[in-house]
Design a protein around this ligand. Structure first.
Ligand SMILES: O=C(O)C(=O)C[C@]1(C(=O)O)C=C[C@@H](O)C=C1
Length: 283
């Protein structure tokens, strides 16, 4: 099995892949952005691919949400992983913390360390990278005193050193990742052997989204059937201000009668409902 991930080697996504029960015997294939990773899974270039979708401190990963909802209509969510996230400040050997001029990282990582950056490195320019390990690679190649934020383990990959560890703004930092696959049998390739609880993700937008109570009516389809919503996120529909799509996660499986009933009731309220997938919930 070929499994894509947000690369390069050494990202948190790579670590989440290696820790997954799906990694055994698989070939891990890096992609440069969340979008490229999802599109590779959708096209079948890889059997499935892992991308970050939300973080306990910084919230949703917009590139993942928007690519899934708007640009990868055939993509399905087939699994999820959780990984504890601790960030390190990484620089070339010999670069002192006080000399750092620029801090490079994935915007999610910069956001998770916002307080640290304001308190310890105020005024430093923040530069966005496609991933934390890419930021370490950039810093290793720079001639200026730049630092990266990312996994401590990524430092050694590029001959860098860790200046500080545990710089995230709160303890207990966790990122949730999703496995994405292209069209195929429901829940494949990861359904086999899955026990325990299931989750379903879907995205909807309305017809009627300017009517008072429209969203309450949509969510009522779940509440009236006792289905527990565990996440809701709105993202722009990209049709002008005031128009959103809603990504929801809830407990249960699309084939459960109550869930199927809720989805049908929701569809009656909406211009479009797309089930992104049902998958075993991460513990
Ligand atoms: O840059 C990486 O190392 C990633 O895997 C991406 C990512 C993310 O986008 O959320 C993954 C986990 C952390 O939350 C920070 C960055």
């Amino acid at each position: 099995m070929r499994l894509g991930f947000l690369g390069p080697q050494g990202t948190f996504t790579h670590a989440a892949l290696l820790a997954s029960r799906h990694a055994e015997g698989a070939q891990a294939v890096p992609f440069a952005t969340e979008r490229e990773t999802i599109l590779a899974a959708e096209s079948g270039a890889v059997d499935a691919a892992l991308v970050p979708i939300e973080n306990a401190l910084e919230g949703g990963v917009n590139a993942t949400l928007d690519t899934l909802a708007l640009d990868a209509p055939q993509a399905r969510i087939v699994g999820e992983e959780l990984l504890a996230i601790s960030h390190a400040l990484i620089a070339r050997p010999g670069v002192a913390e006080a000399a750092i001029e620029v801090v490079v990282s994935h915007p999610q990582a910069l956001g998770q360390c916002r307080r640290f950056l304001a308190d310890v490195l105020p005024g430093r320019r923040a530069v966005a990278a496609t991933a934390t390990a890419e930021a370490v690679r950039t810093v290793a190649a720079a001639t200026e005193p730049w630092a990266a934020i990312g996994p401590a383990a990524a430092a050694a990959l590029h001959g860098c050193v860790v200046l500080r560890e545990g710089i995230e703004d709160e303890h207990g930092n966790v990122t949730r990742f999703i496995w994405v696959a292209g069209p195929g049998p429901p829940e494949a390739p990861f359904a086999a052997g899955a026990g325990g609880a299931w989750k379903t993700s879907l995205v909807f937008h309305g017809a009627g989204d300017t009517t008072p109570g429209w969203l309450v009516g949509c969510l009522g389809a779940f509440a009236s059937r006792g289905i527990n919503l565990v996440r809701i996120e709105s993202r722009p529909l990209k049709r002008g201000l005031g128009h959103y799509q809603f990504l929801v996660d809830f407990e249960g499986r699309a084939q459960d009668p109550d869930v199927a009933g809720a989805i049908a009731a929701l569809a009656a309220h909406c211009e479009q409902v797309r089930v992104l997938g049902s998958y075993p919930a991460a513990a």
